[in-house]
Design a protein around this ligand. Sequence first.
Ligand SMILES: [Zn+2]
Length: 225
Amino acid sequence: MVSSVLQSHSSQTSAEVLLRIRHTCAHVLAMAVQTLFPETKVTIVPWTDTGFYYDFDRRVAFAPDDLIRIEAEMRRIIKANLPIIQEEVDREQIRAEIEQLNEPYKLEILDSIPADEPITRYFIGCVDVLHGVSEGSLFHISPDNLAQKKMGKNCWWDLCAGPHLKYTGEINPAAFVLESVAGAYWRGDETKPQLQRIYGTAWETAEQLQAYLTQKKGSKTTRPS
Ligand SMILES: [Zn+2]
């Protein structure tokens, strides 16, 4: 029963939808963390077979209560149904913005993008800056426009190639949870500072989430000692 619920979503279409949900969830997680803990530095946006994770550079360890607060902030961002809009950016312009934000990992990510590849970022929210821009389309905004708008509540962006959902409201708030925090090194390099990795799981429906959580609990309790 449990596995049939999960297996029924192994089709190509669902895999693509799940990827977009999980990828978008990871950005929403990072946005929530920086809204609540603005001193935190962000890194990259991976997804997994069951969800997503995100590595954060923050001196203070995330406590279990912090995860509850972060999850609540994620639900607020989802409920606000903020648009997710892609912009193709000029390398030097985005470099100046990242330096101003003091985000060293973002700068490393920028430098790792080959010279002949387009650089894109995704805004979540920022509707007053992006007024008149149609969803899902590439656009250019003037740097002056953006400078007037500080990143913060309901306005955030990340360097990314996509793909994502078009609105945060497309994430089912009953079908995701944050699971745990663990230590991780930037790009697996032990000589680099240790980061904190927050794991989450996300699905299309609450039933799939429950099936996954039940299966995970079962696999833990039946593991031979
Ligand atoms: Zn992304």
